[in-house]
Design a protein around this ligand. Sequence first.
Ligand code: C5P
Length: 289
Amino acid sequence: MLKFFSPAKINLFLRVVNRRPDGFHNLSSVIQAIDLCDIITFQPHCEDFFSCSDTRLPIDEQNLIVEALTLFRSRTNTHVPMKIHLEKVIPIEAGLGGGSSNAATTLWAMNQLSNKVASTEQLSEWGAEIGSDVPFFFSQGTAFCTGRGEKVNSLPSLPPKLIYIVKPKTGLSTPRVFKKLELPIKEVPGKLQLQDFSENDNDLQSFFSGNLHLFNDLEKPAFELDSDLCHLKQYLLGLGFHTVLLTGSGTAFFCLGEGARPQKKDLLVFSTKFMNRKLGSWYSRSNYE
Ligand code: C5P
Protein backbone atom coordinates (compact mmCIF):
# COMPACT_ATOMS: atom_id res chain seq x y z
CA MET A 1 0.00 0.00 0.00
CA LEU A 2 1.35 3.44 -0.90
CA LYS A 3 0.44 6.46 1.21
CA PHE A 4 0.76 9.97 -0.22
CA PHE A 5 0.31 13.40 1.31
CA SER A 6 -1.80 15.71 -0.83
CA PRO A 7 -1.06 19.28 0.31
CA ALA A 8 -3.19 22.41 0.16
CA LYS A 9 -2.01 25.67 -1.40
CA ILE A 10 -2.36 29.36 -0.70
CA ASN A 11 -2.14 32.28 -3.12
CA LEU A 12 0.36 34.71 -1.56
CA PHE A 13 -0.87 37.28 -4.04
CA LEU A 14 -3.40 36.91 -6.82
CA ARG A 15 -3.96 39.37 -9.64
CA VAL A 16 -6.81 38.86 -12.09
CA VAL A 17 -5.34 40.19 -15.33
CA ASN A 18 -8.39 39.94 -17.59
CA ARG A 19 -11.29 37.77 -18.74
CA ARG A 20 -10.70 35.54 -21.75
CA PRO A 21 -13.05 34.60 -24.56
CA ASP A 22 -13.04 30.96 -23.32
CA GLY A 23 -14.66 32.01 -20.03
CA PHE A 24 -11.51 31.71 -17.91
CA HIS A 25 -9.57 34.61 -16.43
CA ASN A 26 -5.87 35.21 -16.86
CA LEU A 27 -4.14 35.41 -13.52
CA SER A 28 -0.76 36.05 -12.06
CA SER A 29 -0.16 34.56 -8.67
CA VAL A 30 2.60 33.31 -6.41
CA ILE A 31 1.32 30.03 -5.02
CA GLN A 32 2.77 28.18 -2.04
CA ALA A 33 2.08 24.61 -0.89
CA ILE A 34 1.33 24.23 2.81
CA ASP A 35 1.52 21.38 5.29
CA LEU A 36 -2.23 20.95 5.52
CA CYS A 37 -2.63 17.64 3.79
CA ASP A 38 -5.18 15.08 2.76
CA ILE A 39 -3.86 11.53 2.83
CA ILE A 40 -4.49 9.25 -0.13
CA THR A 41 -3.69 5.55 -0.07
CA PHE A 42 -3.26 3.49 -3.23
CA GLN A 43 -3.30 -0.28 -3.31
CA PRO A 44 -3.34 -2.56 -6.36
CA HIS A 45 -6.55 -4.60 -5.97
CA CYS A 46 -8.66 -7.17 -7.79
CA GLU A 47 -11.01 -4.40 -8.94
CA ASP A 48 -11.34 -0.62 -8.71
CA PHE A 49 -12.65 0.64 -5.38
CA PHE A 50 -12.67 4.27 -4.24
CA SER A 51 -13.71 5.52 -0.81
CA CYS A 52 -13.56 8.84 1.01
CA SER A 53 -13.76 9.81 4.69
CA ASP A 54 -15.99 12.81 3.82
CA THR A 55 -19.42 11.63 2.74
CA ARG A 56 -20.23 15.03 1.18
CA LEU A 57 -17.79 14.34 -1.64
CA PRO A 58 -18.79 12.36 -4.73
CA ILE A 59 -17.02 9.04 -5.18
CA ASP A 60 -17.82 8.66 -8.89
CA GLU A 61 -16.18 10.30 -11.95
CA GLN A 62 -17.01 13.73 -10.51
CA ASN A 63 -14.28 13.20 -7.95
CA LEU A 64 -11.01 14.56 -9.32
CA ILE A 65 -9.15 11.48 -8.07
CA VAL A 66 -11.29 9.25 -10.26
CA GLU A 67 -10.94 11.70 -13.16
CA ALA A 68 -7.15 11.72 -12.77
CA LEU A 69 -7.05 7.92 -12.60
CA THR A 70 -9.10 7.61 -15.80
CA LEU A 71 -6.98 10.21 -17.58
CA PHE A 72 -3.72 8.55 -16.52
CA ARG A 73 -4.90 5.19 -17.80
CA SER A 74 -6.03 6.55 -21.15
CA ARG A 75 -2.77 8.44 -21.71
CA THR A 76 -0.47 5.61 -20.70
CA ASN A 77 -2.47 2.64 -21.90
CA THR A 78 -2.11 1.03 -18.48
CA HIS A 79 -4.77 -0.48 -16.29
CA VAL A 80 -3.87 -1.61 -12.79
CA PRO A 81 -7.12 -2.03 -10.78
CA MET A 82 -6.77 0.14 -7.68
CA LYS A 83 -8.22 0.47 -4.22
CA ILE A 84 -7.95 4.17 -3.34
CA HIS A 85 -8.94 5.83 -0.09
CA LEU A 86 -9.03 9.59 0.50
CA GLU A 87 -8.72 10.83 4.07
CA LYS A 88 -10.08 14.37 3.68
CA VAL A 89 -8.55 17.06 5.88
CA ILE A 90 -8.40 20.08 3.55
CA PRO A 91 -11.72 21.97 3.72
CA ILE A 92 -13.73 22.07 0.50
CA GLU A 93 -14.95 25.29 -1.20
CA ALA A 94 -12.07 27.00 0.56
CA GLY A 95 -9.70 28.15 -2.22
CA LEU A 96 -7.08 25.79 -0.81
CA GLY A 97 -6.82 23.67 -3.97
CA GLY A 98 -7.69 20.40 -2.24
CA GLY A 99 -9.39 18.76 -5.23
CA SER A 100 -6.62 19.88 -7.60
CA SER A 101 -3.99 18.57 -5.21
CA ASN A 102 -5.79 15.22 -5.00
CA ALA A 103 -5.75 14.98 -8.81
CA ALA A 104 -2.03 15.84 -8.99
CA THR A 105 -1.22 13.35 -6.22
CA THR A 106 -3.16 10.63 -8.04
CA LEU A 107 -1.29 11.27 -11.31
CA TRP A 108 2.03 11.16 -9.43
CA ALA A 109 1.14 8.01 -7.47
CA MET A 110 -0.17 6.15 -10.52
CA ASN A 111 3.03 7.02 -12.36
CA GLN A 112 5.08 5.58 -9.49
CA LEU A 113 2.99 2.42 -9.61
CA SER A 114 3.48 2.18 -13.38
CA ASN A 115 7.29 2.27 -13.54
CA LYS A 116 7.35 6.03 -14.17
CA VAL A 117 6.12 5.75 -17.75
CA ALA A 118 5.43 9.50 -17.88
CA SER A 119 7.64 12.52 -17.19
CA THR A 120 6.68 15.10 -14.58
CA GLU A 121 6.10 17.57 -17.45
CA GLN A 122 3.60 15.16 -19.02
CA LEU A 123 1.80 14.65 -15.69
CA SER A 124 1.57 18.42 -15.33
CA GLU A 125 0.18 18.84 -18.87
CA TRP A 126 -2.44 16.15 -18.25
CA GLY A 127 -3.28 17.76 -14.92
CA ALA A 128 -4.07 21.05 -16.68
CA GLU A 129 -6.93 19.25 -18.45
CA ILE A 130 -8.46 18.46 -15.06
CA GLY A 131 -8.17 21.89 -13.46
CA SER A 132 -6.22 25.15 -13.65
CA ASP A 133 -4.52 24.62 -10.27
CA VAL A 134 -3.40 21.02 -10.84
CA PRO A 135 -0.05 21.77 -12.59
CA PHE A 136 1.09 23.94 -9.66
CA PHE A 137 1.48 20.82 -7.49
CA PHE A 138 4.12 19.46 -9.90
CA SER A 139 6.35 22.41 -9.00
CA GLN A 140 8.38 21.92 -5.85
CA GLY A 141 5.83 23.85 -3.84
CA THR A 142 6.56 27.50 -4.66
CA ALA A 143 5.70 28.90 -8.08
CA PHE A 144 4.59 31.92 -10.05
CA CYS A 145 1.53 30.84 -12.01
CA THR A 146 0.04 32.64 -15.00
CA GLY A 147 -2.44 31.98 -17.81
CA ARG A 148 -5.55 30.54 -16.16
CA GLY A 149 -3.14 29.33 -13.46
CA GLU A 150 -1.77 26.36 -15.38
CA LYS A 151 1.45 28.02 -16.59
CA VAL A 152 3.85 27.23 -13.79
CA ASN A 153 7.16 28.98 -13.32
CA SER A 154 8.99 27.35 -10.42
CA LEU A 155 10.46 29.62 -7.79
CA PRO A 156 13.02 28.92 -5.09
CA SER A 157 11.60 27.95 -1.69
CA LEU A 158 10.63 30.86 0.51
CA PRO A 159 11.87 31.25 4.09
CA PRO A 160 9.83 28.94 6.37
CA LYS A 161 6.71 30.54 7.77
CA LEU A 162 4.14 29.48 10.32
CA ILE A 163 0.62 30.45 9.31
CA TYR A 164 -2.94 30.04 10.44
CA ILE A 165 -5.59 28.92 7.97
CA VAL A 166 -9.05 30.04 9.03
CA LYS A 167 -12.22 28.89 7.31
CA PRO A 168 -15.81 29.80 8.17
CA LYS A 169 -18.51 27.17 7.83
CA THR A 170 -19.77 28.67 4.58
CA GLY A 171 -18.04 27.98 1.28
CA LEU A 172 -18.00 29.67 -2.13
CA SER A 173 -17.98 28.17 -5.59
CA THR A 174 -15.03 29.29 -7.73
CA PRO A 175 -17.01 30.04 -10.94
CA ARG A 176 -19.47 32.17 -8.94
CA VAL A 177 -16.69 34.32 -7.50
CA PHE A 178 -15.00 34.85 -10.87
CA LYS A 179 -18.36 35.67 -12.47
CA LYS A 180 -19.06 38.29 -9.81
CA LEU A 181 -16.02 40.25 -11.04
CA GLU A 182 -18.14 41.08 -14.10
CA LEU A 183 -15.11 41.85 -16.26
CA PRO A 184 -15.65 42.48 -19.97
CA ILE A 185 -14.22 39.77 -22.22
CA LYS A 186 -10.88 40.87 -23.60
CA GLU A 187 -8.51 39.39 -26.17
CA VAL A 188 -5.15 38.83 -24.51
CA PRO A 189 -2.40 41.13 -25.76
CA GLY A 190 0.77 39.16 -26.51
CA LYS A 191 2.79 40.91 -23.84
CA LEU A 192 0.42 39.73 -21.14
CA GLN A 193 1.10 36.08 -21.90
CA LEU A 194 3.89 36.50 -19.33
CA GLN A 195 5.95 33.60 -20.66
CA ASP A 196 9.03 35.55 -19.68
CA PHE A 197 7.66 36.61 -16.35
CA SER A 198 10.95 37.91 -15.00
CA GLU A 199 10.81 40.81 -17.45
CA ASN A 200 7.10 41.40 -17.38
CA ASP A 201 5.78 41.10 -13.94
CA ASN A 202 6.09 44.01 -11.58
CA ASP A 203 4.19 42.22 -8.81
CA LEU A 204 6.70 39.41 -8.76
CA GLN A 205 9.63 41.80 -8.61
CA SER A 206 8.00 43.74 -5.76
CA PHE A 207 7.19 40.45 -4.03
CA PHE A 208 10.84 39.39 -4.02
CA SER A 209 12.11 42.79 -2.96
CA GLY A 210 9.69 42.63 -0.02
CA ASN A 211 7.76 45.71 -1.19
CA LEU A 212 4.54 44.07 -2.30
CA HIS A 213 1.49 44.69 -0.19
CA LEU A 214 -0.08 41.22 -0.57
CA PHE A 215 -3.50 41.29 -2.24
CA ASN A 216 -6.09 39.04 -3.82
CA ASP A 217 -8.33 40.49 -6.53
CA LEU A 218 -10.95 37.84 -5.73
CA GLU A 219 -11.55 39.24 -2.23
CA LYS A 220 -13.88 41.99 -3.48
CA PRO A 221 -16.29 39.70 -5.38
CA ALA A 222 -16.12 37.09 -2.60
CA PHE A 223 -16.99 39.73 0.03
CA GLU A 224 -19.86 40.94 -2.17
CA LEU A 225 -21.23 37.40 -2.27
CA ASP A 226 -20.73 36.83 1.46
CA SER A 227 -20.39 39.98 3.58
CA ASP A 228 -19.56 37.90 6.68
CA LEU A 229 -16.16 37.26 5.09
CA CYS A 230 -15.28 40.94 5.35
CA HIS A 231 -16.20 40.91 9.06
CA LEU A 232 -14.12 37.79 9.57
CA LYS A 233 -11.12 39.47 7.97
CA GLN A 234 -11.49 42.47 10.31
CA TYR A 235 -11.75 40.13 13.30
CA LEU A 236 -8.56 38.31 12.26
CA LEU A 237 -6.64 41.54 11.67
CA GLY A 238 -7.73 42.59 15.16
CA LEU A 239 -5.89 39.57 16.59
CA GLY A 240 -2.58 41.12 15.57
CA PHE A 241 -1.68 39.45 12.26
CA HIS A 242 0.02 41.81 9.82
CA THR A 243 -1.50 40.04 6.81
CA VAL A 244 -4.89 38.35 6.52
CA LEU A 245 -5.79 37.37 2.98
CA LEU A 246 -8.35 35.21 1.25
CA THR A 247 -6.75 32.32 -0.65
CA GLY A 248 -7.98 31.72 -4.20
CA SER A 249 -11.73 32.26 -4.42
CA GLY A 250 -12.16 31.59 -0.67
CA THR A 251 -13.61 31.13 1.79
CA ALA A 252 -10.42 30.29 3.71
CA PHE A 253 -8.04 33.02 4.88
CA PHE A 254 -4.37 32.71 5.70
CA CYS A 255 -2.88 34.80 8.49
CA LEU A 256 0.76 35.88 8.61
CA GLY A 257 2.56 37.49 11.52
CA GLU A 258 2.33 37.39 15.28
CA GLY A 259 -1.37 37.06 16.04
CA ALA A 260 -3.41 35.24 18.66
CA ARG A 261 -5.05 31.95 17.71
CA PRO A 262 -8.63 32.67 16.53
CA GLN A 263 -11.11 31.44 19.12
CA LYS A 264 -14.54 32.16 17.62
CA LYS A 265 -16.79 29.13 17.43
CA ASP A 266 -17.85 27.89 14.02
CA LEU A 267 -14.39 28.58 12.59
CA LEU A 268 -12.07 25.87 11.33
CA VAL A 269 -8.55 26.85 12.41
CA PHE A 270 -5.36 25.10 11.29
CA SER A 271 -1.86 26.00 12.43
CA THR A 272 0.45 25.02 9.60
CA LYS A 273 3.55 26.00 7.60
CA PHE A 274 4.96 26.30 4.10
CA MET A 275 5.82 22.98 2.48
CA ASN A 276 8.15 22.13 -0.39
CA ARG A 277 9.16 18.87 -1.98
CA LYS A 278 12.52 17.57 -3.12
CA LEU A 279 13.01 17.01 -6.82
CA GLY A 280 12.05 13.43 -7.68
CA SER A 281 9.97 12.77 -4.57
CA TRP A 282 6.44 13.78 -3.62
CA TYR A 283 5.50 16.09 -0.72
CA SER A 284 6.30 14.45 2.57
CA ARG A 285 6.53 15.44 6.19
CA SER A 286 10.06 14.09 6.60
CA ASN A 287 11.96 15.62 3.71
CA TYR A 288 11.26 19.31 3.91
CA GLU A 289 12.24 22.13 6.18
O1 C5P B 1 -9.87 25.27 -13.80
P1 C5P B 1 -10.96 25.01 -12.80
O2 C5P B 1 -11.77 23.78 -13.15
O3 C5P B 1 -10.49 25.00 -11.41
O4 C5P B 1 -11.94 26.24 -12.91
C1 C5P B 1 -13.24 26.23 -12.40
C2 C5P B 1 -13.98 27.45 -12.89
O5 C5P B 1 -13.43 28.63 -12.26
C3 C5P B 1 -13.86 27.71 -14.38
O6 C5P B 1 -14.84 27.01 -15.09
C4 C5P B 1 -14.07 29.21 -14.45
O7 C5P B 1 -15.44 29.54 -14.34
C5 C5P B 1 -13.40 29.70 -13.19
N1 C5P B 1 -11.99 30.10 -13.43
C6 C5P B 1 -11.73 31.26 -14.12
N2 C5P B 1 -10.43 31.61 -14.34
C7 C5P B 1 -9.42 30.87 -13.87
C8 C5P B 1 -9.68 29.68 -13.16
C9 C5P B 1 -10.98 29.33 -12.94
O8 C5P B 1 -12.64 31.98 -14.54
N3 C5P B 1 -8.16 31.26 -14.10
